[in-house]
Design a protein around this ligand. Structure first.
Ligand SMILES: Cc1cc2nc3c(=O)[nH]c(=O)nc-3n(C[C@H](O)[C@H](O)[C@H](O)COP(=O)(O)OP(=O)(O)OC[C@H]3O[C@@H](n4cnc5c(N)ncnc54)[C@H](O)[C@@H]3O)c2cc1C
Length: 390
């Protein structure tokens, strides 16, 4: 049986988040826009935390975090539904109580120092693999770590690291065996900022900037290795693959909201004596966007469902990420077009979304890299053109 309906529980949880967004998040939008327009963060960390604690009072804490760590462990489908609700606003809100999936591979001592404080929101992590010479081709990283007694000495440069300006520790990937490289010669280190790495903000066209990190003879004790020496590349791939479906999930909400804005505007804006909604050119933009949002919704939920079933979801996740990135950009462009000159102004948030959604086609695997994955899986026979139904 193919069942496209939500369970009562899914509907209840989704509706709670929908109400939370309407009551607590949407009213912040004008102020967030005002601040961002003057180069300040939309939400101060203390304000984000306050909102997270408010959500926690109703149990919303650690959506994907296991219960033994105080989380809700709601699973992929629920997480995707919630992410779509949060995506309806550009306010940079996310629920508290989560930590990078690879931190759960920490040993008991590391869990106390890194995992649990991250879940509690007392510490901030960042994930650092990309380098100036190694982005899509992550296997080409050159940052190195060499052993010196019980310590390791790290040298190199990382770039575009989200949260790298604020993080107080990083999960950095370094080559520990040049011969083996990504095949058993890359190791992940947990490195406190106190150890001496430096961060520099990178200005982007979006509202928040990643960081460049430099490691100049940064000394790290061997107990700070996450997982095993030489097994870091696998951890990196696990981090990147953890929730690829959640990026386009958020875009579903953004596209819904944008299309609603476009429809409202089209109804009221008159040209040549008629609302522009009467024009076929505008109707086609609305229709195409609605169809694409619907298609995206099912691509994302299907990938999330595969995650919940414990299936190999890589093909489905790549498809959802690729389609979401491309279609969200087409939809925001159409909605900007429907608004005419107003769409291009900073009075409306359309241009803000336009800039933010552009990133979706680049980070955590560009469009081209998703296409490469999808095509390779088909060419090698790992996936079928008839999808899960076979
Ligand atoms: C805002 C932001 C936040 C980020 N956050 C993080 C983070 O937290 N941690 C982290 O480690 N990294 C992060 N990244 C890095 C991001 O993952 C990389 O930018 C991305 O993987 C692309 O790498 P690149 O920029 O080096 O582009 P390149 O790999 O140099 O690619 C350049 C172009 O060539 C194309 N291309 C590359 N290889 C192929 C191929 N084989 N076939 C066809 N086309 C190809 C690409 O698709 C792209 O269009 C972030 C990036 C940005 C912009």
């Amino acid at each position: 049986m193919v069942d496209f309906s939500l369970t009562d529980e899914q509907r209840e949880v989704r509706d709670w988040v929908r109400t939370f967004v309407r009551k607590e998040i949407l009213p912040l939008e004008p102020e967030v826009l005002r601040r961002e327009r003057t180069g300040r963060p939309g939400l101060e960390p203390s304000e984000l935390r306050e909102l997270q604690l408010k959500a926690k009072e109703s149990g919303f804490w650690g959506v994907l975090t296991p219960e033994e760590y105080g989380g809700m462990n709601l699973g992929g489908v629920m997480a995707a539904l919630l992410e779509a609700e949060l995506g309806r606003s550009f306010v940079p809100f996310r629920f508290g109580g989560s930590a990078d999936n690879i931190l759960f591979f920490a040993n008991e001592e590391q869990k106390e120092t890194y995992l649990k404080p991250t879940i509690a929101g007392d510490r901030k992590s960042c994930f650092a693999i990309t380098e100036p010479g190694a982005g899509s081709d992550a296997r080409a990283i050159r940052t190195s770590a060499r052993q010196d007694g019980d310590d390791w000495i790290i040298n190199g440069e990382k770039t575009f690291i989200t949260g790298g300006n604020e993080a107080d520790f990083t999960m950095v990937f370094a080559v520990t065996d040049k011969e083996k490289g990504a095949n058993g010669g890359v190791t992940c280190f947990l490195v406190d900022r106190d150890a001496g790495w430096k961060s520099h903000p990178i200005d982007t066209m979006g509202e928040w900037g990643p960081a460049a990190l430099t490691f100049d003879n940064v000394r790290v004790p061997a107990r700070n290795i996450l997982g095993e020496v030489g097994r870091g590349f696998e951890l990196a791939m696990r981090w990147i693959g953890q929730g690829r479906y959640l990026l386009p999930a958020r875009a579903i909400g953004s596209c819904e909201r944008l299309l609603e804005m476009g429809i409202d505007y089209a109804r009221t804006r008159e040209t040549f004596g008629q609302p522009i909604a009467e024009r076929q050119a505008i109707q086609w933009m609305i229709a195409d966007s609605a169809v694409e949002i619907e298609a995206l919704r099912w691509l994302v939920l299907h990938a999330a469902w595969q995650v919940d079933q414990g299936m190999d979801s890589r093909q489905a996740q790549s498809m959802a990420k690729l389609y979401g990135g491309i279609k969200a950009n087409e939809i925001v462009d159409r909605v900007l077009q429907i608004h005419g000159g107003m769409g291009y102004t900073r009075e409306l948030p359309v241009e803000r979304w336009y800039r933010e959604l552009r990133l979706l086609r680049i980070y955590e695997g560009t469009d081209e890299i998703q296409r490469r994955t999808i095509a390779r899986n088909l060419l090698k026979g790992h996936a079928s053109v008839s999808g899960t139904l076979g």
